[in-house]
Design a protein around this ligand. Structure first.
Ligand code: PLP
Length: 459
């Protein structure tokens, strides 16, 4: 049997809300051309993010009922702790309400002026938490990761030569951490190889720099390792995960990704002193160490989700469903990041809309067009998200991001194959009228993470 079927059947459904292109063009105008400001009832297919948008299983919903809401030392915490400990091999497991809360605690303790954090590519909240402490974050993606159109097996890798060179020029004492994002979300959801993780970890050991993993999509990354890295073909996903985490001193996780939960996260590590400091901060910012900003029922849902995500049938379907959409677009020569990532398809907006200059945000133009054409909500991952300014006395000039991408993130277990067929049709329609699309200007923005709240207008 060749067809890879959705490895679940549907027990509970939510209706989609339909609207017309004319209505959508008014809605997006009222939302200041920022998809984050569109009411979700006005969206037909929501590909804004795969974060917290997963469909939970019947087992997870049952787990919600069984969650124990005791303030301290609830059995739901131990279920959670044992599961995370088994998969990661980490000794100290600290629950947080989201991934960024884990990042905030970690970088409050390890960041600060004069410090530099190195990464394959930092996710936006990670970078913001690093910079908020006065530290710098530097991305060192591998060379093939910088060319969207060039397929390669592990484009999420860190550039090991650049890592070594940066450690030597900056000085290891000023580098509190190297953090590897798996899969590499901001660089196309591309996987990182076990070999690259092992070598980066060895380099860090040599210079006594803590090595952490941003583990939001660890299972998707492990599946790519299994199918693309020969030595791991016969390993189970859990075995691959355990080896991957064995190279790290700790990890941060958003349970809103590969744990199929609607909220939650954790921080895990091997160093007892650092763990104690983290817990001290946790108590004043998140909560008591056995719940850390979560309800007992959330801890149950996460523990169950972490078991479910290790299922190879699920991961095969997951990775294939992204590749399926990517293939439909490539068949029309639509420029996308190749190969398909683990959780999203990324349109290359610079190649899609070469007539729109980067300081007019071609990615945002594409995002708006996809919404008006078919009610699809996507997100720009380019100069709106990552651009900064060079400030002169009378003007400021945009320093653009390296890539102008539009991310179509696929929520886990939510949409069926016909939904995805529809998405492909809408993108192809926009592709056919791409020459009519125009650029955008920002009218209002916040100093950090501006893409969430920025207001724009068409030029
Ligand atoms: C989502 C995400 C985070 C932040 O997690 P939240 O739960 O949204 O706070 C950090 N890193 C990566 C790679 C992510 O995808």
């Amino acid at each position: 049997m060749k067809t890879i079927i959705e490895p679940f059947r549907i027990k509970s459904v939510e209706p989609l809300h339909f609207n017309t292109a004319l209505e959508r063009s008014q809605i997006i105008e009222r939302a200041f051309y920022n998809p984050f400001l569109i009411h979700s009832e006005d969206v037909i297919i929501d590909l804004l993010t795969d974060s917290g948008t997963s469909a939970m299983s019947s087992k997870q919903w049952a787990g919600l009922m069984q969650g124990d809401e005791s303030y301290a030392c609830s059995p739901s915490f131990y279920h959670f702790e044992n599961t995370v400990r088994r998969i990661t091999g980490m000794e100290y497991i600290i629950p947080t309400h989201q991934g960024r809360a884990a990042e905030n605690i970690l970088f409050t303790l390890l960041g600060g002026k004069d410090k530099t954090v190195l990464s394959n590519t930092l996710f936006d909240t990670t970078r913001a938490n690093i910079e908020f402490t006065g530290a710098r974050g530097i991305d060192l993606p591998c060379p093939e990761g910088k060319i969207p159109s060039k397929p390669s097996a592990f484009k999420g890798n860190i550039d090991l030569d650049a890592l070594q060179a940066h450690i030597k020029t900056i000085g290891p004492e000023k580098i509190p951490m190297v953090i590897m994002t798996v899969t590499n979300n901001s660089n196309g959801g591309q996987p990182v190889s076990m070999e690259n993780i092992r070598n980066a970890s060895l380099l860090c050991k040599q210079f006594q720099i803590p090595f952490f993993i941003d583990a939001c999509r660890f299972a998707e990354n492990c599946y790519f390792i299994k199918i693309r890295e020969k030595a791991y073909a016969t390993y189970s996903i859990e075995e691959i995960a355990r080896e991957m985490f064995s190279y790290a001193d700790g990890c941060t996780m958003s349970a809103k990704k590969d744990a199929f939960a609607n909220i939650g996260g954790f921080l895990a590590m091997q160093n007892p002193d650092l763990a104690q400091k983290c817990r001290n901060l946790l108590v004043i910012t998140e909560g008591f160490p056995t719940y850390g900003g979560l309800a007992g029922r959330d801890l149950e849902a996460i523990a169950i989700g972490l078991e479910e995500v290790l299922d190879e049938h699920y991961l095969q379907y997951r990775i294939r469903s992204i590749e399926y959409l990517a293939q439909k677009l490539m068949d029309q020569n639509i420029p996308i990041m190749q190969p398909a990532g683990g959780h999203a398809v990324y349109l290359d907006a610079k190649a899609f809309l070469p007539h729109i200059p980067v300081d007019q945000y071609p990615g945002q133009s594409l995002v708006c067009a996809l919404y008006i054409e078919g009610g699809i909500r996507s997100v720009e991952i380019g100069s709106l998200m990552f651009g900064t300014y060079e400030v002169h006395s009378t003007s400021k000039v945009l320093i653009p991001a390296k890539l102008e991408l539009v991310r179509l993130a696929i929520p886990r277990r939510v949409y069926t194959q016909s939904h995805i067929d529809y998405v492909a049709e809408v993108i192809i329609e926009v592709w056919n009228k791409r020459n009519t699309l125009t650029g955008y200007a920002i009218t209002e923005e916040a100093p950090l993470l501006r893409h969430f709240t920025a207001k724009l207008k068409p030029i």
